[in-house]
Ligand binder design. Structure first.
Ligand code: FES
Ligand code: FES
Length: 160
């Protein structure tokens, strides 16, 4: 069965008839065409599929699309504004926080969620917020540096 859902996707109101058993990950990639959200393990373990639901990171491979009803959903495509990278995107770019980049949208969204909740995170806060995201390329040091840099950019006024 499908039901009509109304929600806000990347800042724009949207209404779609969504099957009850459709995963949010599949909705985003296959219905909305937002392929920045990646499919990794497809089982809740890697974090590549992380998006924000009302500013809280969620694994879209474990979330039904119906959870969007009446809520705000943000994907990595929402972050850059008017051609300018967000603080977290700049952090990863300027501190070389990505290698192959496959895990990066998930790390970026988990980091953006952290900065929206806690604009001045400690290194322990950053490690805790990213503790469930897996990167097969990096040693995580550059990723932590990237998020620290993002927090500094955010403190100077850049949107997370
Ligand atoms: S694809 Fe969702 S946690 Fe790995
Ligand atoms: S940069 Fe390749 S998996 Fe993280």
């Amino acid at each position: 069965m499908a039901r009509l859902l109304e929600f806000t996707l990347n800042g724009r109101p949207r209404a779609d008839a969504v099957p009850d058993n459709l995963l949010l990950l599949d909705y985003l990639r296959e219905v909305a065409g937002l392929t920045g959200t990646k499919t990794g393990c497809d089982g809740g373990e890697c974090g590549a599929c992380t998006v924000l639901l009302d500013d809280t990171p969620r694994r879209s491979c474990l979330t039904l699309a119906s959870a969007m009803a009446g809520r705000r959903v943000d994907t990595v495509e929402s972050l850059a504004q008017d051609g300018r990278l967000s603080a977290v995107q700049r952090g990863f770019h300027e501190k070389l926080g990505a290698q192959c980049g496959y895990c990066t949208p998930g790390f970026i969204m988990a980091s953006a969620g952290l900065l929206r909740r806690n604009p001045h995170p400690s290194e322990d806060d950053i490690r805790a917020a990213l503790g469930s995201n897996i990167c097969r390329c990096t040693g995580y040091v550059k990723i932590i540096e990237a998020v620290k840099h993002a927090a500094a950019l955010h403190a100077q006024g850049a949107a997370p």
